[in-house]
Design a protein around this ligand. Structure first.
Ligand code: SAM
Length: 279
């Protein structure tokens, strides 16, 4: 299976950050149950680093939500629902980030906002493992506001699933206070645009999952995709652009600089931030 492509010179897929990555066998372009929904990611296997493997072996049970699958590895079984109160042992505002990559943003958010609960959703196992590594460091970092020296982050959970399925039926309706989609794969080739995460159908899933008054935040360093995101979300029923129709948001202060964003900026690209309020 082809990667997003050599015509996208900036932030690269995790597989290219980790040369051990290889595509998993089988057709990974479409969801076999929903034949017309192209997948926004490439299924691939990859070796973990020694540190990631150790975190995976010893600490994944603390963070990883055991999601039952139905028809394929990263699917969410239609009968399963995430119960945040049971999982976190309390009722608190819930923030979900899709495509957390190496976990920089969501781990920082969990460490600095102990009053909220946080869900990281990522399909790529080395990213999930690196997020577990990072969570241990953040929990042990006394200088991080809300840090819990010598402990792990109690307000973070990770799911290795396809986020579209999670939003569509794995989460209860109106259960999210915030949904973050930062630097989704741009799929720059025209023939791959159908694989982009942010589409009108995805906006419907987002509207289902976010509570009235909640926020949907997006960011991209791919200008043309930013225009598409803006058009899609401005047109989506159930959302209001927090900065007026066609408006861009200032940089969200909760969005920390990731390696993906750094590479984009270094390549001369600028970032589009968007913010929507669920009606
Ligand atoms: C370009 S990376 C950006 C990572 C991170 N947000 C950052 O800024 O560093 C996009 C990430 O989204 C993940 N991804 C793509 N489709 C996904 C899906 N349907 N569900 C969950 N994660 C997905 C990819 O595996 C990849 O790690």
């Amino acid at each position: 299976m082809r990667r997003p492509g050599p015509d996208y010179p900036g932030p690269v897929p995790n597989s290219e950050q980790n040369p051990g990555a290889t595509p998993a066998p089988g057709d990974d372009t479409v969801d076999p149950r929903h034949h017309r929904r192209p997948l926004s990611y490439v299924r691939r296997t990859a070796r973990l680093t020694a540190g990631q493997q150790k975190a995976w072996d010893t600490r994944r049970q603390r963070y990883l939500v055991d999601v039952p699958h139905e028809h394929r590895e990263l699917s969410v079984h239609p009968d399963w629902r995430f119960d945040a109160a049971a999982e976190f042992g309390r009722s608190a505002p819930l923030v979900l980030e899709i495509g957390t990559g190496q976990g920089e943003c969501i781990v920082h958010a969990a460490a600095t906002h102990p009053e909220r609960d946080h869900l990281a959703v990522e399909v790529y196992r080395p990213g999930v493992a690196q997020t577990i590594v990072r969570a241990g460091h953040a929990g042990a970092e006394p200088s991080v506001a809300g840090g819990n020296p010598g402990h792990e982050l109690d307000n973070l959970r990770i799911m290795q699933v396809d986020a579209a399925e999670l939003l569509g039926h794995g989460l209860p309706e109106a259960s999210l206070d915030e949904l973050w989609v930062f630097f989704p794969d741009p799929w720059p080739k025209t023939r791959h645009h159908k694989r982009r995460l942010v589409t009108p159908a995805f906006a419907e899933l987002a509207a289902r999952a976010i509570r009235p008054g909640g926020r949907w935040r997006l960011a991209t360093d791919w200008a043309e995709y930013g225009e598409v995101m803006l058009a899609v979300a401005d047109a989506a029923e159930g959302f209001r652009n927090a900065h007026g129709p066609g408006g861009r948001a200032p940089r969200f202060e909760g969005r920390v600089m990731t390696s993906f964003e750094r590479k984009g900026l270094d390549a001369g690209r600028s970032v589009t931030d968007l913010e929507y309020v669920r009606l």
